[in-house]
Design a protein around this ligand. Structure first.
Ligand code: FES
Length: 260
């Protein structure tokens, strides 16, 4: 699903995280070299690298937080994973900040190195989770298969009854548009047989169906492949076992109206 913090569809967070990873790893390596070869200059450089790592980590956190709140599907396994990923990274930053503060106050460099080592182990776990968020949950992956069209998204007032959600000509057959109506995320789409509207949430683990594939009145979840009939919401293939909600939608005078 397309990142909300991106440039031309390229998510910013994965670009920026390379910097704190490099600086924090370099901090530990320079501190180890300083001890092994008795090179105080390396220890001094390690301190600067740690500060650079903290600054870059805070910068990288900004698009990460935006994606956490506005890209990762709510009530999904990815939301929990993203929360753990963020908490681990905050811990890493706090540990390196602690190492910076105590660096010149302790007689031996060993406590500093021990803290940095723990932080690097946590950073590795956080990176592993970040990889899972991208490669499995496809957070920030802007996958547009042939004829799927560009990512379309909009918001409407969540009023009960008929709500205008799009111009009919915005959607070609097979195209989907994500509509935010209050706290509901509803996908409207045009299929071979007409317009449909259904919840964006896969009932298996909360994957965004907007990021999936729609063909012949069937939408396939991008996370584990569950398939749903978009006209009835029925499960056509698991692992999901519960149907998705569908909504009445009709065209009138070139406009599409959703009935909530
Ligand atoms: S979240 Fe697992 S198939 Fe959709």
């Amino acid at each position: 699903m397309r990142s909300k913090a991106s440039i031309n569809g390229h998510p910013i967070h994965p670009i920026l995280v390379a910097f704190p990873i490099a600086f924090f790893t370099g901090t530990l390596l320079f501190d180890v070299v300083a001890i092994l070869f008795d090179l105080p200059g390396f220890g001094l450089m390690a301190g600067y690298l740690a500060i650079a790592g903290i600054v870059c980590a805070l910068l990288a956190a900004v698009p990460g937080i935006i994606d956490y709140f506005f890209t990762v599907p709510p009530q999904s396994s990815a939301k929990k994973r993203a929360a753990r990923h963020g908490l681990l990274n905050i811990t890493v930053v706090l540990l390196f900040a602690t190492a910076v503060v105590i660096r010149h106050r302790v007689a031996s460099p060993m406590p500093v190195i021990a803290i940095e080592l723990v932080a690097i182990v946590l950073l590795t776990f956080a990176g592993y989770m970040g990889g899972t968020l991208v490669y499995r949950n496809q957070i920030g992956v802007y996958n547009r298969y042939a004829d799927k069209g560009i990512w379309q998204e909009g918001s409407v007032q969540a009023t009960s009854g008929k709500t205008e959600v799009a111009n009919a000509n915005e959607l070609k057959t097979g195209h989907m548009k994500l509509v935010h109506a209050g706290d509901k995320r509803i996908v409207i789409a045009k299929t071979e047989t007409g317009y449909v509207a259904f919840d964006d949430r896969c009932t298996h683990r909360g994957g965004s169906l907007m990021g999936g594939v729609l063909i012949c009145n069937t939408v396939q979840c991008p996370w584990h492949g569950s398939q749903f009939d978009v006209t009835t919401g029925a499960v056509k293939a698991g692992p999901a076992t519960e149907k998705i909600n569908t909504y009445p939608i009709n065209e009138d005078g070139g406009k599409l109206y959703l009935v909530l």
